[in-house]
Design a protein around this ligand. Structure first.
Ligand SMILES: C[S@@+](CC[C@H](N)C(=O)[O-])C[C@H]1O[C@@H](n2cnc3c(N)ncnc32)[C@H](O)[C@@H]1O
Length: 202
C-alpha cells in the first residue's frame, strides 16, 4: 500500500490537484478556524487549504512522497502544516484535542477501519465536527465504466451509510448520504462517481 502511494505521488503533478476537495471546502468554509486533523492527507491539498484559511493543521499519511509534496505546496502557499509520515498507530495526539477531523477519501485497510474511526471520534473535542467523504461500495460500477474516476477496487475498503452510522453512532448526525459526485480533481479523480458523505458533531 505504502509503495503504491509513494510511486503514485512521485509524479510531478499533484495527482488530485492542488485545490481542496469541494465538499471539504464547503464544510470548512462555514466554520471558525481552530485545530484540525487530516488523516491520510496525501499530497496535502486539503491540509494546505485549511492552513491558508487560518486553521492549525495536523496531518498524517503513510506516504513519504505525499509529505514531500504537501510540504512543497505549503511552502508555495506560504503556510505551515504539521504533517507526519506513518499511520494512526505511529502518531500521538491528545484525546479530545481537535475542533475538526476531516476524512477525505481516507480509504483505510478493512481490518483497521472500525478501530481508526473510533479513535478519530475520541480525538474530537466535545462540540467538535467530523467531516467525511469517500467512495461508496456502489462506486465500483462507476469506476468499471470510467476508470479515470479512480477509487479503490476492493469492496471492503469502500464505505456504505450503515458502516458510517455504526462508526459515528455517538455523534449528532447533520449529514449522512450516499450520492453521485462529479469529480474533477487532478488526473485521477475525473468523472461521475458514488460517494458517502457524513458530517456530525460530538
Ligand atoms: C485517495 S488518497 C486521498 C488523499 C487525500 N486525502 C486527498 O483527498 O487528496 C488515500 C490516501 O490514504 C493514505 N493511506 C492509506 N492507508 C493509510 C493508513 N493506514 N494510514 C495513513 N494513511 C493511509 C494513502 O497514502 C493515500 O495518500
Amino acid at each position: 500500500m505504502k509503495k503504491f502511494w509513494d510511486e503514485r505521488y512521485a509524479e510531478e503533478a499533484y495527482v488530485y490537484g492542488e485545490k481542496p476537495n469541494a465538499f471539504f471546502k464547503e464544510q470548512l468554509d462555514a466554520l471558525n478556524p481552530g485545530k484540525i486533523l487530516l488523516p491520510a492527507d496525501g499530497e496535502g491539498r486539503n491540509g494546505v487549504y485549511a492552513a491558508e484559511e487560518g486553521w492549525e493543521v495536523s496531518a498524517f499519511d503513510i506516504s513519504h512522497t505525499g509529505k514531500e509534496k504537501a510540504d512543497q505546496l505549503a511552502e508555495k502557499k506560504g503556510v505551515q502544516i504539521n504533517y507526519k509520515v506513518g499511520s494512526l498507530e505511529d502518531q500521538y495526539y491528545e484525546a479530545e484535542s481537535f475542533d475538526v477531523i476531516a476524512l477525505i477519501f481516507a480509504h483505510f485497510p478493512p481490518h483497521l477501519k472500525q478501530d481508526y474511526h473510533q479513535q478519530f471520534v475520541d480525538l474530537l473535542k466535545p462540540g467538535g465536527i467530523l467531516i467525511f467523504e469517500a467512495f461508496s461500495k456502489d462506486h465500483l460500477a462507476y469506476s468499471a465504466k470510467n476508470p479515470k474516476v479512480g477509487g479503490p477496487k476492493n469492496r471492503d475498503i469502500l464505505y456504505d451509510t450503515d458502516e458510517l452510522e455504526n462508526y459515528f453512532s455517538t455523534l449528532e448526525k447533520h449529514t449522512l448520504i450516499q450520492t453521485e459526485v462529479e469529480l474533477s480533481e487532478g488526473a485521477y479523480h475525473q468523472g461521475t462517481g458514488s460517494a458517502v458523505r457524513f458530517v456530525g458533531v460530538k
